[in-house]
Structures are given as structure tokens and as C-alpha cells.
Design a protein around this ligand. Sequence first.
Ligand SMILES: [Zn+2]
Ligand SMILES: [Zn+2]
Length: 174
Amino acid sequence: MKNPESISVNEDTRLIPVWSIVAAAAAFVLVEYYFWLVLPDQQHHAPPLGLRAYFNISFGLLVSLYFLMVGYVSKDAPRRAMSARFWIALCFVMPGGIGAVLYFLLRQPEVSRCPACSTHVQNDFHFCPQCNYQLTASCGHCFRAVRSTDQFCTQCGHELAADHMPARLRVLGV
Ligand SMILES: [Zn+2]
Ligand SMILES: [Zn+2]
């Protein structure tokens, strides 16, 4: 068994990757460039400036939002044991952000990996289903969740200090 202290479960907490921020900024610039400099040459009757500014900027923001969304999905999906590639493809294919809406409706609960065997475990699990590693502090008698600072179980009154130390506090790295 690996030493749990040497493993950090959620090392990368940044949910919007740099590439998608860069892509979003580039997309915004490109959209503005096209709408302000390329498109007016092809139009005979340009709409009033205020309307154009409103339309151009909101469209540019929408396009950048798309890239940020895809970046977010690429980071968020693996945390939920979902296929990032599938959902990114879906976000691109579905028009008008429907893919993104579907993603938020259908996404699975957040999962992390068991520090001992790397199995995907949901955050409400007390024990790893594959290797019995204790993921959260729990009572050694009734196995309900307890706070790591509690002395007695709030459900059954079991004295937590009597529990085998590694079983109760192993997850905290004490
Ligand atoms: Zn495990
Ligand atoms: Zn208990």
C-alpha cells in the first residue's frame, strides 16, 4: 500500500485551464476584428454605431464564453469520472450552448480517487469499495461519519478514542 501522505488527491484545483482563457481572448479579438473591420466593407447600410457596438461585443463575449465553457468541462468531467472528450465534442456540436446545458443537467457527482488504490470514489463514501481504505473519519462501532475532533460518536456514544488509531485517523495523515 502506498503512503497516503505522499499523494495529494486534488492537486489541480484550477477549473478553467490557461489554454481556454487564451483561446477565449483570441476568439474575442478575432470576432471584434471581423465585425468592426471586415464586415462593414461588405455592408452598404451599416446599422447605428450604438447597436453595432452592442451586438459586436455581446457576440464576442458569447464566443469567448464558449471556449471558457469547453475548458471548464475538460477539467470538471474527469473529476466526475465522465469522458471529457465526449462532452467537449458535444459542446462543440450542439448549437447555442445546448451541449453545456446538457452537461450540467447530466453530470455525475464529483468523485476523487482512493489514495491507496486510485479507484474512483464518490465524496460521500466512507470506505473505498475496492480496498477498504478509510476515506473519512467514522465511528468504529456504527460506522456513521464523525468529525475528526469528536471524542464520542454522536449517534451511538461509542468512545472514538478507543478506535484503532490508524483506522480512524489514517485519512488525516496523523
Ligand atoms: Zn482503494
Ligand atoms: Zn457510532
